[in-house]
Design a binder for this molecule. Sequence first.
Ligand SMILES: O=C(O)CCC(=O)C(=O)O
Length: 303
Amino acid sequence: MSALDLPLLASLGDREIERFRRDGFVVFERVLSEERVAALRERFPKLFAGTFDTGVYPDEWYWREGMSLPDVTRHMANAWKADLSIARLALSADIGRAASLLTGWSGTRLGQDTIWWKAPRTKPIALHQDSSFMDFLDPPATVTCWVTLDDTHRDVGTLEYVPGSHLWPLTALPEQFHGQDDYRAQMRVAAAAAGQQAPDPVYIEVPAGSVVFHAGEAWHGSGPNVTGDRMRRSIGIHMVPEHACFSDRPGGYIYRRYQLTGDSRLDDSFFPVLWSRDGRRTGWIDGYCQTGRRLAPPEPSNG
Ligand SMILES: O=C(O)CCC(=O)C(=O)O
């Protein structure tokens, strides 16, 4: 199976672009079918048990059965390198196209995916700005597509956004990310610094299979899952501009591993181009989604 086509995202037009630029996020409900949602959910226990389609580890793997605290949100980064169902979603051209239209970028590369599994009675994720993590890139920009795999409500700790906060100044990396009881504290400090009364966050309460795009500067995070029996599973797809390159500033604890010596470019092998206005898309994506092997596409013949 090749990367997912998500035709409902083709409806994206001026109204959605205007909303994204005004609020810092925009919601599209029921973009993935029930079958696709079920297929992705099924991967979660396998991934966290270390069963990987490709035999390759994800770049970050927090939480292991029997070893980790039971009440933290489970989280994994760059599972597309390990699991082909995740790869089919994270490498979707339709997600890359939507991100380009919303941001105005000429094209998008996959920066990283993040798997979020908030089991019953698990702790919050502190509100933060994704772009605070991007200083090692020029431009230090990112946009996220957050995909829900369960119906989301505030009591399961759905994602929440502070509308308009993408226009506040960018803050430093959050000191704490997992498990902070006052998970909105850092946002309130940033609001005060921006001369704002911290507005009430908006809870994303949508059916499974919905997606939300948010600007890298938008303050977001999620509260605890206070239910005793409901899961909240989601996947964040973090994208960067097609022409972004590594900066001379330090940092980039995942991305920087993939910088070639003396070369500031983001290499397609690690940061594939999902979509670009001039029709470019990294050639190995569809083959990889079928076989788990990244093979260079054949050279065009001259004869
Ligand atoms: O799913 C969550 O709780 C956090 C998601 C998030 O921070 C993101 O995708 O950028």
